[in-house]
Design a binder for this molecule. Structure first.
Ligand code: GDG
Length: 462
């Protein structure tokens, strides 16, 4: 149990994008969990306003208050946007941390912009802090923020959670000045990673590159600091999302889809367009499935929902074009007048309708080449009808695979293996589907977003 004194400590959350404070269900599990925690303890959520202006990080502080929670944001300027956000964060760190050295861009200007923005965010956060606050910083945009706060004299407990993978040390060491980046991380008191694999990589890095020592009991010593390092697999608002799937918006969406499906079965994929999500590999696996198992032609189709993201980064435009081309190729090869094998939709769905899309699908393909966790896998399971659940096919390279062993675990690079798994999902008898689903669902309730945040904050409370 949390000590009462700790419970009364105010919480300050820092993340690149913040909010919303109201109708948090719209934004997903993370917002639900953080807003719950912020409401309970009272606190501040600080981050980027989403605006790019000339005043940038010197802009006025934008504030919005809802009961016990303050939302505080600042802008960034065009250079910050190019160098920090679209640059070091998304063209350098994102690929390196997803094991993609081949497309990572290393630029001193990006690196300087990243440091500058971390320093500026720390300087703007400083006057909002109180002596007893617990500070919780999120994700790869802010590796240096804790170290900057320390430099400014902040002695509060500060935690950091990395939402994306931590790669093996050999890979990270290709990043210029990687030691500075990791040294900064050690300024935090608690470092949270998604999975045991990520935690192992982090500790291996400290041992290999910084004479680190694993002290056991989540404690690690390196760079003259002793800190807590642990895995906290992030969850969703499981029961809330199940409720969405039973609600009217989901039902409307289902009816619309089922009318169109006309007795056919639907496979679903839902991903931001991103090369880490393995969508082209998935399309090729679906092609292999129709090739190898022709009895399914005309009876099954894939609905791929893929809202665009980070379109200012070239690699993201390339992948969109590649997907349009691949979908066209598969459809050209197999489609019939009344059947389209792959429907590729690049607009987003409202969250409650998305729950209906999941519910209307007998199978979900969640096949990233590398993913911190992957919440789509969890949402799909949460949305199912307990009496007649669909099957989750999950990449072994998604963090979620570590705690979702009852899914059909596949290697996303092996099209024939994925094709066979798709077939076996359609052959799977009801009692097996239910047994797998029940085990997955129970674990999702246990590891929901609230419990995830509580587990992290318990360690941060110290
Ligand atoms: C990072 C890590 C980690 C997608 N399409 C629509 C839509 N979405 C929502 C999904 C899901 C979210 O976006 C995507 O979450 P993921 O976990 O799959 O991926 P990232 O955005 O890459 O997130 C990841 C996560 O952080 C949390 O720690 O799991 O590994 O990469 O919630 O539902 N939502 C709506 N319409 C869409 O069309 N409303």
């Amino acid at each position: 149990m949390m000590a009462d004194a700790a419970k009364t400590k105010r919480l300050v959350v820092v993340s690149n994008r913040v909010g919303p404070l109201k109708d948090t269900g719209k934004a997903g599990g993370l917002a639900v969990a953080l807003v719950d925690m912020l409401r309970e303890r009272g606190g501040v959520w600080f981050g980027w306003s989403g605006q790019v202006t000339d005043a940038g990080t010197f802009s006025e502080l934008h504030r919005e208050r809802s009961k016990t929670v303050d939302l505080a944001t600042i802008d960034i300027d065009p250079a910050d946007n190019a160098e920090f956000y679209a640059g070091y964060a998304n063209r350098t760190l994102w690929p390196v941390l997803h094991y993609r050295l081949d497309i990572a861009e290393f630029s001193p200007a990006f690196e300087a912009g990243y440091r500058r923005v971390n320093e500026r965010f720390a300087a703007r956060l400083l006057p909002l802090l109180r002596a007893e606050d617990q500070i919780w910083v999120h994700d790869y945009h802010f590796f240096h923020l804790g170290a900057e706060l320390r430099r400014m004299g902040v002695e509060n407990r500060i935690g950091f959670f990395l939402h994306i993978p931590f790669p093996p040390p050999d890979m990270l060491s290709a990043l210029p000045r990687h030691r500075d980046l990791v040294r900064s991380l050690l300024a935090y008191d608690v470092i949270g990673l998604q999975t045991d694999r990520d935690r192992r990589h982090f500790i291996d890095y400290l041992k290999e590159e910084a004479n680190g020592v694993d002290l056991g009991g989540h404690r690690v010593r390196a760079f003259d600091r002793e800190v807590t390092v642990a895995a906290f697999p992030i969850g969703i608002d499981t029961e809330g999302f199940h409720g969405f799937a039973e609600g009217p918006e989901a039902k409307r969406e289902r009816t619309r889809l089922e009318r169109h499906l006309n007795g056919r079965r639907q496979i679903v994929g839902v991903d931001r367009i991103d090369y880490s999500k393995g969508i082209p590999h998935r399309f090729r696996a679906v092609e292999r499935f129709f090739e190898e198992y022709p009895e399914h032609r005309g009876k099954v189709s894939l609905l791929q929902v893929a809202p665009p993201s980070r379109s200012e980064v070239d690699a993201y435009m390339d992948i969109r074009r590649e997907l349009e081309h691949l979908a066209g190729h598969v459809n050209g090869r197999f489609a019939d007048v009344d059947w389209t094998p792959i429907r590729f939709i690049t607009r987003g769905f409202p969250r409650r309708a998305l729950a209906g899309v999941y519910r209307a699908s007998r199978l979900a393909l969640v096949t990233p080449l590398r993913d911190g966790m992957n919440l789509v896998a969890k949402e799909y399971v949460a949305a199912q009808d307990h009496e007649d659940p669909g099957v989750l096919l999950l990449s072994r390279f998604a963090g979620a695979a570590e705690t979702m062993g009852e899914a059909l675990i596949v290697n996303p690079y092996a099209a024939d293996e994925v094709a066979l798994a798709i077939k076996s999902a359609f052959d799977m008898p009801l009692d097996e589907r239910r047994a797998r689903h029940d085990a997955l669902y129970a674990r999702l309730v246990e590891g929901d977003a609230r419990n995830w945040a509580n587990a992290f904050l318990r360690l941060l409370d110290g």
